[in-house]
Design a protein around this ligand. Sequence first.
Ligand SMILES: [Zn+2]
Length: 233
Amino acid sequence: MRSQIVAAAAALVLGVAAPAAREAVDRPPVAPTAAKVAPGLVALPCVGDSPITPVAPVYCRRDRHYVTERAKASLEAAAATVAKRFPGAQVQYMDASWPAGRRPMPPHRSHGDGRQIDITLFYVDRDGRPLQRPPTRNGYEAYEPPRFERERVCVGQRAPHNDGKDPPQDRAWRLDEARTRELVRTLAADPRVRRVFLEPHLKTRLGFGSNPKVRFAGCAAARHDDHIHVDFY
Ligand SMILES: [Zn+2]
């Protein structure tokens, strides 16, 4: 779940506010972290060729890639399941937790203790060909909008949920339903996973209407049709 100041704060935290800062998203780490790691937390892979990988180097460079050992095992199992069915598919993450293990980790209302992570959706181009990575540099804000207005939530509210705007209709990408469904299905079936946040219209569209673990995060949270948030036990 992301905070009430999601757009501005995320821009600051992730370095996407200005062209100069935007370059920093892709700059590789220059040195291993010297951060003190809280007991029970481990780093997720930072290299590009593993089944689970950061969307951009910034998440490792800023030490936002720590999770509990249990969460790491669950994510690796999910990534292996998705890659088995869809060869070449990588589970790509954005913010997880920092090594200190303290909640919350701004701009999020949660994150920080290793039991939360944001994962990008999968996308295809307009001809249905799988994209290797999300169409935004930091992985956030490539929203897959509701197909019908009646599916839209938080309508008319001054809520953080409404900070995220639909992309243009002529955008070059669309949601990859098959790979995204497989990822959500795998995570929700894992007893190590407590819940998965997804927008209501995607929950219905991907066939999770009766799955109690797949939930709406509420109007006080950011939209979850550009990424999914996973909470682990
Ligand atoms: Zn989150």
